[in-house]
Design a protein around this ligand. Structure first.
Ligand code: GLU
Length: 604
């Protein structure tokens, strides 16, 4: 037997092969577990950082930023910029979003409100049909969503710049560089992208700029083909070279205003497209707000959620508070789900009646989360009808300037809140974490690409409520109420979790589902994400995904009614443990599956 040269080995000769094989196996295992998996995978484990998003190119770009020493904020912006290219129907610089950042060296959670804002000319009758003698509103689809009226002043570019200059290490130009290359060189069209264009074909076809970009030869791009967006690359380049003012005060601002005021409609469009009244002054005035998070506790975990103008953090906190007195883990699963459904219903009843942009509305926030108020809201033993009378948190207000308002008579959910958007998470070797939800509202936003600039304008103003008076009524400069709920949580054992989801108002119930799956039902993060979902938003039926894991018969016997949908949300999340391990997790199948990636060594 020949002993391989170079292997220093004192083992007796007859054990040598066994020893060598063991060493080889250990090495093979070690290297294979450290290598970044190729392709789109929903779970990844690593040692020096993590990114999860819905898209492989975007996650890879975030990971590359981390590998080069960037922090979680740099990676979040670079990932989001890439999503603006590959997921242009869910996110982009024409929209807004909420970024939540945990800064390790300050042990502090910050939220950035980059929500779109109503132009100064907006009034409560924003969507009233000018042709209708009865003064009815325009039909939601397609006239409201595909109009200049629906466009809010975009917040995403300034959100990126604010995040980078306050908490990042990269310049905007450096953070945009990979996305510029991606927009120029192109990416492979997947099923989700092609399907989203196909579903919007009529709307997209109504605009010259949108059909030129997304309907070449009148058809959606083929699955597997390469798609590039040179105008988008050029717009990012303008932002990179001229800075953020090019968007809010320069050429891009002018192009946005022109597009809103005079949408690029084809000859003989399939529906009437109404112009909006956004001006250069509206863009010039736009500000990102740095806001405190909504802080709450649930079974020993500390949660940080997004505050107003998002209803996300408050409503999640209220639902969890309503559930805290029920030991969900020890209950029969159907009884536990029944309580979750009823807690969601009660909290949505309050949300719909009280929550709006707190710069305009005196929201009884402390009352809504007050423990005595929560105890006064009993969960019923059987399914209840939609709640038409919200609770009265006003007597429980303990802040020095209590609300003087009455609840609006509007507890039933607005059924038209959107179902698009995207969520991403990043974590770095320094202990910082970002949880970021961004959107252009409907899938495909207004459907209007700004001619020559390659990005779609949002239709976020359709998130306002049109029944007036209402805390969420359209007003000049106001931000429409959102449901986005980027979340960061600290477990009692020191683990940190970050997660969130798209899905309009179902975002809130998806986040509650993730929390109860993780904490009450003891699931791992990947299990919590892939588990079937249900969503009750104070409607007559509960939305549910098809699954054998939920006993519909038992819940029906408790009086519940269900409406089956293919899928709810598209979550991403990550977990960091005290020993320095990272787990990134994304959907295995919803929205075509997400991309979880990690960094192992900074020298990789
Ligand atoms: N516009 C929605 C919100 O702010 C998000 C849209 C969606 O997730 O579909 O809550």
């Amino acid at each position: 037997m020949n002993i391989p040269r170079g292997v220093a080995c004192n083992a007796p000769r007859n054990y040598l092969w066994l020893w060598c094989c063991t060493v080889c196996l250990v090495l093979v295992f070690a290297f294979s577990s450290l290598a970044q998996p190729v392709g789109k995978v929903p779970v990844a484990n690593g040692l020096a950082g993590a990114v999860a998003s819905v898209d492989e190119d975007a996650s890879r770009i975030g990971i590359e930023v981390l590998r080069q020493g960037g922090n979680a904020v740099d990676a979040a912006v670079a990932t989001a910029a890439a999503l603006g290219v590959t997921e242009p129907f869910s996110a982009g610089i024409g929209g807004g979003g909420f970024m939540m950042i945990y800064l390790h060296d300050q042990d502090r959670v910050i939220t950035l409100d980059g929500r779109e804002e109503a132009p100064a000319a907006v009034t409560a009758d924003l969507f009233r049909d000018p042709e209708d003698p009865a003064g009815e509103n325009l039909p939601f689809f397609p006239n409201r969503i595909s109009s200049g009226l629906a466009v809010g002043v975009p917040g995403t570019p300034l959100n990126w710049q604010t995040a980078l200059s306050r908490y990042g290490t990269l310049s905007l130009s450096a953070a945009l560089a990979p996305a510029i290359e991606l927009a120029e060189s192109g990416f492979t069209v997947d099923e989700t992208f092609a399907q989203q264009v196909a579903r919007n074909q009529e709307r997209f076809g109504a605009f010259t700029s949108t059909s030129q970009l997304y309907l070449p030869d009148g058809l959606p791009p083929a699955v597997g083909s390469q798609f590039s967006n040179p105008d988008m690359a050029e717009t990012y380049r303008l932002l990179a070279n001229q800075g953020i003012n090019s968007f809010y005060r320069g050429d891009i601002a002018q192009a946005i205003v022109d597009t809103v005021q005079s949408p690029p409609v084809v000859n003989d469009p399939p529906f009437t497209v109404h112009p909006g009244a956004m001006t250069l002054g509206d863009l010039d005035r736009y500000e990102v707000r740095v806001r405190p998070p909504v802080v709450s506790d649930y079974r020993g975990y500390r949660f940080y959620g997004m505050g107003l103008p998002s209803s996300g953090g408050i409503t999640v906190a209220q639902i969890l508070a309503l559930l805290e007195s029920s030991d969900l883990a020890s209950l029969d699963r159907s009884e536990a789900l029944h309580r979750i459904i009823e807690a969601e219903r009660l909290a949505f009843c309050d949300r719909n009646a009280y929550l709006g942009d707190s710069e305009y509305v005196d929201v009884p926030l402390t009352g809504l989360l007050n423990s005595s108020y929560i105890s006064s809201r009993q969960l019923p033993a059987r399914a209840s009808e939609p709640c038409t009378t919200p609770g009265n948190p006003l007597p429980y207000q303990t802040d020095p300037s209590p609300s003087l308002t009455q609840a609006a008579d509007v507890a039933i959910a607005n059924p038209q809140e959107g179902l698009s958007t995207t969520h991403l998470v990043t974590a770095d070797q320094f202990g910082n974490v970002v949880s970021y939800t961004l959107t252009i509202e409907s899938t495909g936003g207004t459907g209007i690409v700004v001619p020559g600039y390659g990005f779609i304008l949002n239709n976020e103003l359709t998130d306002f409520d049109t029944t007036v008076p209402h805390p969420n009524a359209p007003e000049p400069g106001k931000r429409p109420r959102s449901s986005m709920a980027p979340t960061i949580a600290f477990a009692p054992d020191g683990r940190m979790l970050a997660f969130g989801s798209p899905g309009g108002s179902t975002i809130i119930t998806t986040v509650v589902g993730l929390v109860t799956n993780l904490i009450d039902f003891d699931m791992s993060l990947p299990e919590a994400i892939s588990a079937p979902r249900l969503s009750q938003r104070n409607g007559s039926s509960t939305t549910i995904e098809p699954s054998d894991a939920i006993d519909i018969t038992a819940l029906t016997q408790l009086g519940h009614q269900f409406r089956m949908v293919d899928e709810i949300g598209a979550a991403t999340g990550l977990e960091t443990s005290t020993d320095g391990a990272f787990q990134a997790a994304a959907e295995p199948s919803r929205r075509g599956g997400g991309a979880a990636m990690v960094v192992n060594f900074m020298s990789e």
